[in-house]
Design a binder for this molecule. Sequence first.
Ligand code: ATP
Ligand code: MG
Ligand code: FE
Length: 340
Amino acid sequence: NLILSFETSCDETSVAVIENGDKILSNIVATQIKSHQRFGGVVPEVASRHHIEQITGCINDALRKADVDYADLDAVAVTYGPGLVGALLIGVTAAKAVAWAHHLPLIPVNHLAGHIYGARLVAPIEFPAMALVVSGGHTELVYMPKENQFEIIGETRDDAAGEAYDKIGRVLGINYPAGKQVDSMAHKGTDTFHFPRAMDNDETFDFSFSGLKSAFINTVHHADQIHETLDKNDLAASFQQAVIDVLADKTVRALKTYPVKQLILAGGVAANRGLRDRLESEINAFPNTKLALVPLSLCGDNAAMIGAAGEMLYRYQTFTDATLNADPGLEFAWLGEAES
Ligand code: ATP
Ligand code: MG
Ligand code: FE
């Protein structure tokens, strides 16, 4: 199958052409980060306007780069949630228009399923699988007994991991999104502050990052007040070590409770070098579990991952029609209910 896929849930306008669920013929990503930086985060109205301006060019570029025509396509796939409603609507509307004009089936894709299926672009997913999805808006452990089934066994009770990175990054004077730079600073420092590892030892698979964020901000503000200068690399390293410890410990515990063939690391924060290294070493204790790291270039939002998930849904004939609407709070359950 040839699938034209759309992703506009946040601040990336992206259109891709994916062949048979794992071959990227094109993956055009137009980022708007520059426009949001001076506000320190994504401004929904600004995001929507950029998506409108970019979407047609992205479609044309994706088709041209893949060297395919509308007539070659078998389906259209689109992210319809979760995300910013005004941003999602641009992709949903564009995808509906293309599907209707060219008589193509329309596949509705959950953005987080897309992040997970980013792993499919490298190798087939083996089930049962566990996914650690860490992104700007989500931190979840998702158990997948089989294809197209998603059970959230743990999630953040407050901030997402990426959100915490972005917020403490602001205190360090780093532009939004701060994750990548905090990551590289962390590699130049050491964990000297020993920030709290919230919920690390409880029975759940849930996470909490707001206490860590507050501890970090209080430490920096207190130092400011007494005119003490703290080493920013050590601050970054201490923050990152606390995040990685909790993510890794909970994931290890999840793998003990749910033996799986594959552990998938997905989402924007999956680009984190420290986290990738840590999971690569932890997985050695699980000889029957392979680690699938979504490639760095596909960790952030992109339409290729939506096309990969779209191909899987195509095989289940999960199609929608012109009544499809954006669903900003879309949850995973709909997928699990669809098939058994
Ligand atoms: P969601 O996927 O939950 O809807 P989103 O799409 O906004 O949210 P992504 O684009 O998947 O999130 O990820 C962006 C996040 O990833 C940002 O918070 C960014 O700081 C973070 N990030 C990117 N690279 C790194 C890194 N190397 N280390 C830590 N965090 C990172
Ligand atoms: Mg983004
Ligand atoms: Fe995302």
